[in-house]
Write a protein that binds this ligand. Structure first.
Ligand SMILES: [Zn+2]
Length: 322
């Protein structure tokens, strides 16, 4: 087993759809160059977008840009490295892929537990009190909206703190699985963050550790203790569809809304983009806020550039002033 964490431990939890590789320009949309990051919209633009949202019932769609302030890396942002996500087909079809996934996951889990809601999460819960939100549909699997106190949240891509058996569909706790993983791999060196350490700071991410593949090949992972079936994190992998009841719950929130607010999502994947597209068809205004280009920019009624931990508190201040 590796004596240091196999690298890229920040990436193991971003196997969900939002981590899909950028499609080639010929085949679809891909984020543009780094010059489109770091823009900041002036207050007039922020005020105009806020005016569009006030008095309307608003569905909020969030993505990875929401959680970057919490130490969880955004794999599509300016500093993102190109990488290939593990697909559902690889995970279910290849034992070595599962060994690699669970090895990374075992090392990364303590860091994931330390992630804590950031300023953007807290500001959104405040906006929930000031504006009329129908709910939050998130592409994130980190449960940080719930931790911050958002009341109505649909985890469109599942939740990383749950594990599902592909045989009997039993859902169990990822926290409990960690104990089993460590017991099966007693030589595994897992960083154990100090309970007194600062929350919300995951810390330095190790360099990519693909060279450790021989080590992963020896990693052992358990099967379902009920039926012996394959255990999978209860998140939507690339190549896998979101669960129908979850999608229906998300669209129920959309149907009750008169406007859509997209926060920190590049809308690269269809699961998020379709809310913006449907809103345009239904003539509901779409406000997109975040740093960097999105696939929905040409659909936006208002496009607000900047970091969410700046934009959302500014909106709250504007609501206070008015
Ligand atoms: Zn089972």
């Amino acid at each position: 087993m590796p004596q240091s964490p196999p690298g890229d431990v920040g990436g193991w939890f971003r196997t969900a759809l939002d981590d899909a590789p950028a499609p080639s320009p010929r085949r679809g949309w891909a984020p543009a160059g780094p010059d489109l990051y770091g823009l900041e919209s002036p207050d007039d633009d922020l005020a105009a977008a806020l005016a569009r949202l006030r008095g309307r019932r608003v569905l909020v769609v969030t993505g990875a840009g929401m959680s970057t302030g919490s130490g969880l890396p955004d794999y599509r942002g300016r500093d993102a490295r190109p990488r290939s996500p593990m697909t559902f087909q690889e995970f279910t079809g290849q034992d070595l892929s599962r060994r690699r996934y669970w090895a990374r996951s075992t090392v990364g889990w303590p860091m994931f537990l330390r992630a804590w809601p950031g300023p953007a999460h807290h500001a959104l819960t405040e906006l929930e009190r000031r504006l009329n939100l129908t709910g939050v549909v998130t592409q994130n699997v980190d449960r940080l909206h719930q931790a911050a106190g958002s009341r109505t949240v649909v985890d469109l891509h599942g939740r990383l703190d749950h594990v599902v058996c592909l045989g009997c569909r039993t859902v169990s706790s990822r926290r409990v699985l960690q104990t089993r993983l460590l017991a099966l791999n007693p030589d595994m060196v897992v960083p154990s963050p100090s309970p007194d350490g600062p929350r919300g700071v995951v810390g330095h991410q190790a360099p990519d550790g693909d060279a450790d593949v021989e080590e992963w090949a020896r990693f052992r992972y358990p099967d379902c203790s009920r039926c012996g079936g394959l255990l999978k994190p209860d998140v939507v992998f690339f190549g896998e569809n979101a669960h129908r009841p979850t999608v229906e719950a998300a669209f129920a929130l959309y149907e009750r809304a008169d406007a859509v607010l997209v926060l920190g999502s590049s809308l690269t994947v269809m699961s998020g983009l379709r809310f913006a597209r449907k809103a345009v068809r239904d003539e509901k205004p779409v406000v997109i806020a975040g740093d960097g280009p999105t696939r929905g920019d040409d659909l936006a009624t208002h496009r607000i550039h900047g970091r969410l931990e700046h934009i959302l508190p500014r909106w709250i201040a504007m609501l206070d002033e008015s």
